[in-house]
Design a protein around this ligand. Sequence first.
Ligand code: SF4
Ligand code: SF4
Length: 352
Amino acid sequence: MSKLTDDYGTFVSKLQRIAAERCQPLSGTFELTGRCNHACSMCYISRPVSDSAAIVRELSADIWIEIARQAKDEGMLFLLLTGGEIFVLPDFFEIYRPLTGMGFLISLYTNATLVTDSIADKLAETPPHRIEVSLYGANTRTYETVTRVPGSFKRCMKGIEALVKRDINVGLKATITRQNVDELDAMQKMARHWGLPFTASWLLTRRADGMPSEIEECRLTPSEAIAIEASDPYAVEEWCGGGVVSKTDNFYCQAGRASFVIDFTGAMNVCSDFPAPGAKVPDIGFRKAWEELRRFVEGAPKLSAECLDCDVIKYCAICPAWSYLENGKMAGSVDYLCSIAHERKKRYESQK
Ligand code: SF4
Ligand code: SF4
């Protein structure tokens, strides 16, 4: 049994470890839509709001609720609702409200630009466990250079304020690109101004659907990225400890053991970055889809010989999803991750 002194993060990690040992789908992500009202060049998923081919493939509220019911029976506790942008869905609250009565710890990812007072009021009636708002800059010029939508910065600020005013548990997470990296401190200051927790991520992945991506113009150089990472003591501790990759498991994360993603068409996948095996939950039911995902993860190829022999593997985050997205096969080195791993080694070993 967990000690009362454990903090929440440690407690959740323990739960996830236990769930992974039991192969229980503890953490689910429902990607309710692939559509978004922004057009960010680094995005791995976004389609235009008016994309009619995507709209017709989206699931109805009833189907999402039924999937959630089946997932609950199999042991899901943590549920993330994300997109695309969840508030482009006119029936979002027809999905959200019933889910809040099912005992899940629900998190929402949003860019907050569509959060009006009326939406914030509805959220405040049955607040989620947490809302994470993506941030793309600290002023109009930078933010809208990334989102490519005029007026989006102001709408984001108003949306965040509407949530904060209602005491909803909000965190800000900045996606760092070459276009906004100089505003990292300013974005952190914005979070402090509202008294909100702040995180920043810079590891940008290619589009999972194979559509063209402008990622090369957005990714930080390895030295820029590791300079940011080095200011986070938890990240440094992780990399200076044993690292993350296991030489025996192909997937070192919880995917297919304690976590899953269901995309807007109802396909269950490894994670948002890896659209496989695509087990159709509405057709075969949650349990069979989960079994298919587990078989897929267990059968995935092991690390390549090159990675197993690599002298910077403890500084690397290679996984089958990265190999697949960058090189089209599920094992093998990834140039961007190699250069990041070498940069980590240089930086962290010189600090010892
Ligand atoms: S990107 Fe790789 S490590 Fe991350 S969740 Fe997907 S499979 Fe796991
Ligand atoms: S991706 Fe590159 S750095 Fe990472 S383990 Fe493989 S060879 Fe090493």
